[in-house]
Each structure stands twice: as structure tokens, then as C-alpha cells.
Design a protein around this ligand. Structure first.
Ligand code: DC
Length: 231
């Protein structure tokens, strides 16, 4: 009989700090990380490179199904992402690609094309899954489901800091607008909209530090799962 590997899902809106938490958890537990947003970003990048328009549902679903991509974790938990032999780890992180990802993610055939690829990441010893619908659609039977929220203004500030630290261009007013647009599109789409699973643990992180959020998640993981923590 095959034993199912455990999954911790981390969902929430753009800029809430899921990526930071997931990388930290992945490193502490020694578990791989599924960055599902990266799959939507990669699909958008590959579609734009093929000159597809972003509402060409069958065309983009085909691109999603055929993505040739590898994810390699670095020592700090950050993923190196290689698409068709090219390192696109930085190229997919800009806001333009985030918005394009949000558009292709609203297409049901694209979500369907990426579903099994995401589930295939579930392997021993366990998986940290970062996204919008990890707890509701992709891993509805996850052992622990976390859902982070924060005020839109606070999330725009966090994203701004992150982009500047990476040496990328950013404008705070544009980010506030883009985050509001992305929230609306991700939460209102017909298929797999952003929402907390009924059995998710929800945390408002607006006034919390990254360390507080990480400790909250680790404590829950230790309570629910017999996880071994790497010091
Ligand atoms: O987490 P992110 O910013 O990299 O995600 C980019 C976009 O991809 C996001 O605006 C919505 C979409 N997305 C999704 O629809 N479902 C997921 N599980 C992950 C991301």
C-alpha cells in the first residue's frame, strides 16, 4: 500500500509574504517547495514569447501542458527556474509577468493543464505548496492548510521593498493599483478563485514580522505533523 506524503499548503493574495514563509519552512523541514505561481508566470512568459494573446485559451493551455521547466532549490531555499534551457528565475518575477500570470490563470483550460503537474510534486518526505488554490483545489486533503492575509497597502509596501532589494524597478503607487487589480481578478474568477479552505488556519499578518509568521506556521506544523525541524 502506498503511503501518502504530507503537504502543507500556504495560500493568500499577492505580496502577503507566502514566498518568504514557504522558503523558510522548506529549509527548516528539508521538504521541497512547489511555487505554483511560478508555473503561471512561466506559462505567461512562454505564451508571450510565442506571440500568443493572453486570452487565447486553447493556445495557452497547450503551452502550459508542454512547459519544459526545472526547479532547483539553492542553499537559501530560493528556486532556480530553468525554462527551455534558459535561467528565467529573475525574468518571471517582474510585475508585468505577475499580471500576465494572473490573466492566464483565469483561463480554466490553463488551470486544468497545470493540475496534475502540481500534484506530481507531492513526494516523500513532504511538500510545501505555495499558491492561491493549494488548499481548496490542488491538495484538498492536505494535512495542514495555512492562509495568510494582510491589508493591500501593507502588501504593496512589502512587494516594493522586495523588488528594490532585488535591484528591480518599482513604483509604490503603481504597485498599490496593480495589487488591487490582481486581488480582484484572482478572487473573482470563476475557476479556483482565491479563498481560504474551510479547514484552513487563517492569519492576518498586517502587523506581524516575518519571524512571527514563520513561528506560527512552524508551531502548527509541529502540532499537526510529526515533522523533524532542521536547526
Ligand atoms: O504567487 P504569484 O504572485 O507568483 O502568482 C502569480 C499569479 O498567478 C497570481 O496573480 C495568480 C496566479 N496564481 C493562481 O491563479 N493560482 C495559483 N495557485 C498560483 C498563482
Amino acid at each position: 500500500m502506498s503511503v501518502r506524503s504530507p503537504v502543507i499548503t500556504v495560500d493568500g493574495p499577492s505580496g502577503v509574504g507566502k514566498g518568504t514563509l514557504c522558503q523558510w519552512l522548506a529549509t527548516r523541514l528539508g521538504w521541497p517547495l512547489l511555487d505554483s505561481g511560478a508555473l503561471y508566470r512561466l506559462t505567461a512568459l512562454a505564451a508571450l514569447r510565442r506571440n500568443l494573446i493572453l486570452d487565447d485559451e486553447p493556445g495557452i493551455a497547450q503551452v502550459a501542458a508542454g512547459l519544459s521547466v526545472t526547479f532547483t532549490p539553492g542553499d537559501d531555499g530560493a528556486l532556480q527556474i530553468v525554462l527551455d534551457g534558459e535561467d528565467v528565475s529573475t525574468a518571471i518575477r517582474c510585475e508585468k509577468m505577475g499580471n500576465a500570470a494572473s490573466q492566464v490563470a483565469a483561463l480554466p483550460a490553463v488551470r486544468a493543464a497545470l493540475l496534475q503537474r502540481q500534484r506530481d510534486f507531492r513526494q516523500p518526505p513532504g511538500l510545501i505548496a505555495d499558491g492561491r488554490d493549494m488548499g481548496t483545489v490542488v491538495f484538498p486533503d492536505a494535512e495542514l492548510k495555512l492562509f495568510l492575509t494582510a491589508d493591500a497597502g501593507e502588501r504593496a509596501q512589502r512587494r516594493y521593498k522586495q523588488l528594490i532589494e532585488k535591484g528591480m524597478n518599482a513604483n509604490l503607487n503603481d504597485l498599490v493599483k496593480e495589487i488591487a487589480e490582481r486581488d480582484a481578478r484572482d478572487a473573482q474568477r470563476a475557476v479556483a478563485p482565491l479563498k481560504a479552505a474551510a479547514d484552513a488556519e487563517v492569519l492576518d499578518t498586517t502587523r506581524l514580522s516575518i519571524a512571527d509568521v514563520c513561528q506560527w506556521a512552524l508551531t502548527l506544523a509541529q502540532q499537526r505533523l510529526a515533522v523533524r525541524v532542521i536547526p
